[in-house]
Structures are given as C-alpha cells and as structure tokens.
Design a protein around this ligand. Structure first.
Ligand SMILES: Cc1ncc(COP(=O)(O)O)c(C=O)c1O
Length: 367
C-alpha cells in the first residue's frame, strides 16, 4: 500500500489545495486516535451509543457557536457536504409544500459558481435550478438572480466561499431578496464554515454570511474540510426548530418498529463523528471566538431526546415468560402506540401551513 501511494500528490507538503485538508501532525494524530477508538461504532444508534449522541450534539453546538447561532439553532451531522446540501434542499422543498408554494416543480436560484451538489440534489428531489452567470468581476449577479425569482421559486443559495473563485457571496444581498419574496436561504459554508470565522478574527475582510443575518435559514459546514476532521463528517444547521422540523424521516409501516432518522443514510460512521468532535475539542472550538467563556448557546442536534423518539434497543431484564404475559404486554404497548399516534395526529392537525411570503423562522405554532 505504501508503494501504491508513491505517485500520490504530496498533501503533507501542501501540494494539493483540495481533497485533503491538513493542519499538521498533531491534529492528524488526534483525528486518527479518535477514529480508531470508535472504529466500529454506528451513528444510527444514539440510544445504545450515547457517546456518539453526545459528540454529535456537541459538534452541532460548537459549530453553532462559530456561526453566530442563537439558542434556537438545531442541527445534525451528515456524511459530507453533498448530504448536507441534499437535506437542506429537501427541507426547503418540504417547507414550501407545507405552505402550498412552488407548484409541482419548485425552483432554486443561485449563481453559476454554486457547487454542483445542488444540481444533483435538485435532480433527485424533482426541483428545477436556475444558474445565473456571474458579473465581469466574477461576483454574483444579484439583479440577475432577482430577475430569475418567480412564483415557483422557493429557495436561494449563497456560498461562503464558492469553490471556483474562493469568493464569499454577498449574503446580505441574498437575504434582502429572500425577505422580499419569503424564500428559504441556504448558505453553503462547506468550505468556509470552519475557517472563515477564524480568518475574520485575524482581521481578514470576511463579509457576514452566517446566522448573524436573520434571513439565513440553513448552513452547511464540513468538518472534513477546514475542520480538519476525518472524511465522512459534515454539519447541517437550522436557524430554529421550525426549519428543523422538515428534516426527519419518520416511517412506521415496518414490522421491526418505527424508523426515524435525520439523515439520508441510516448507518453513519461513528468514527467520523468521534474524530470530528475530538479535533474540535483539540482546537478549542468549544470556546467562543472572542476568547470568552463557554458556548452560550444550547442547541440540540438530531440525536437529542427533544426531537428524537426514544427507542428501546435492548430487552428488559424482566422479559415476559408466559404467552399470556407476552400478549398482555403487547396489548399494552399497542394501546400506548395508538395513544401516541392520536396525540401526534392532534398536534399535526393543529399546525397551520406556512403563510406564503413569510420566512420559515417567523412561522408560529409549529415545531
Ligand atoms: C463549496 C462546496 N460545497 C459543497 C461541496 C461538497 O462537499 P463534499 O465533497 O463533502 O460532498 C464542496 C466540495 O468540494 C464544495 O467545495
């Protein structure tokens, strides 16, 4: 295997600007140790593997702290930027559907510099994309983007930064447009999420791009890029519970019981979650950037009990023995499930659809 990599690009020597993000041997060792320690664990089972649930929740918290998130921010870890983007687009689509917006083929508008993972997502989700050419100075043509917005448009995407030119889009200008038309605004900070806040702290002129802008609904940020974590780790953050409520997939027509996930994949590499947490802790991401105390936000990730139904994976110690006892218990749990479904249906029935023209964060009575 060593000889097989002889002709690989020398990423340790800085000969590669993409694919591998290297912050030195100390960070690499932290990631590798954590990865090896959690090598076989699965992020699908937070009730059984509480360590991973804690890591995921804290990665979401730390990321929210970096991205100006308030106390209501929620989020999840995914396997990479593409999955975060797919899920953000799914949420925008479902949010629009809930408000009877977007028609049969909802539209997303963005600059041509936006990563093709959005086109791939739109293709999978039955959405239409409008890519607007950049201006002569390579910046997004906001007027062109505004002209492309129509009644079917449900979302805008800005990049922080975009990949082709490394420029942070003028997210405040996108935000004005999103506010005017009541659109979901996603910021793709897959590249910048874990580096732009520090570049700004060092005095670089980084324009606002995160939750400091009230219209930003979701942000994707990749731990496995400038978060220097192992591959297979990204985050998707939501401004609030209302936006987050469109994420979960909840299926109960399965003999094994309820299937409930916040991600596209079922199994998730626990080692990638653990390595991301370890590197963030190692790099003091749990301290606020201003050097103040601990994080002031207390967001909840997809694995927390507030959003995730409790599932019992192991048998009780006092497993019923006789047939009649088992039947009695089954009857009790059927009644319990029926009660739970009735309560859920009542909750759903009392929800009002999203008011057209309003940003999802302003919706009331949901979530
Ligand atoms: C700006 C941007 N967004 C999203 C992605 C997709 O991320 P991933 O390769 O982790 O799926 C990339 C990948 O390079 C990117 O540069």
């Amino acid at each position: 295997m060593e000889s097989a990599r002889a002709d690989d690009a020398d990423w340790r020597g800085g000969r590669i600007g993409v694919f591998v993000h290297y912050a030195g041997e100390d960070v690499l060792k932290v990631a590798k140790d954590a990865y090896a320690m959690f090598f076989t664990e699965n992020g699908l089972g937070p009730a059984a593997l509480k360590s991973l649930a804690k890591f995921e929740c804290e990665v979401v918290q730390m990321t929210a702290g970096l991205l100006s998130g308030g106390a209501g921010v929620r989020g999840t870890m995914t396997t990479g930027g593409t999955e975060s983007i797919l899920l953000a687009m799914k949420c925008a689509r479902d949010w629009a559907r809930a408000g009877n917006r977007g028609g049969a083929t909802p539209k997303v508008v963005y600059s041509e510099t936006t990563q093709p993972a959005f086109d791939k997502s739109a293709h999978l989700l039955g959405m239409e994309v409008v890519r607007v050419p950049v201006r002569a100075d390579l910046s997004p043509d906001i007027e062109g983007i505004a002209r492309a917005v129509d009644a079917r448009t449900v979302a805008l995407v800005a990049s922080a930064p975009n990949f082709p030119y490394g420029m942070v889009d003028p997210v405040r200008e996108y935000a004005a447009l999103a506010a005017k038309h009541g659109l979901w605004l996603h910021v793709d900070a897959c590249v910048g999420g874990y580096i732009a806040p520090f570049a700004r702290k060092l005095g670089r002129p980084i324009p606002d791009f995160d939750f400091a802008i009230p219209e930003v609904t979701t942000i994707s940020a990749d731990c496995h890029k400038y978060g220097y974590a192992a591959k297979g780790a990204s985050t998707l953050l939501f401004r609030d519970e209302t936006a987050f409520s469109h994420l979960a997939y909840d299926f109960s027509g399965w003999p094994r019981g309820r299937y409930f996930t916040h991600t596209f994949t079922s199994t998730r590499a626990g080692e990638a979650i653990a390595a991301a947490w370890a590197v963030m802790k190692h790099r003091d991401h749990d301290r606020r950037l201003d050097g103040g105390g601990d994080l002031h936000v207390a967001p909840h990730c997809g694995q927390c009990s507030r959003s995730r139904p409790k599932t019992r994976l192991s048998r009780r110690a006092s497993a019923p023995r006789s047939l009649s006892e088992r039947r009695a218990r089954a009857g009790r749990s059927r009644r319990c499930r029926r009660r739970w479904r009735r309560a859920r249906d009542r909750r759903w029935a009392s929800r009002s659809p999203a008011a057209p023209g309003r940003w999802p964060g302003r919706r009331r009575g949901t979530g």
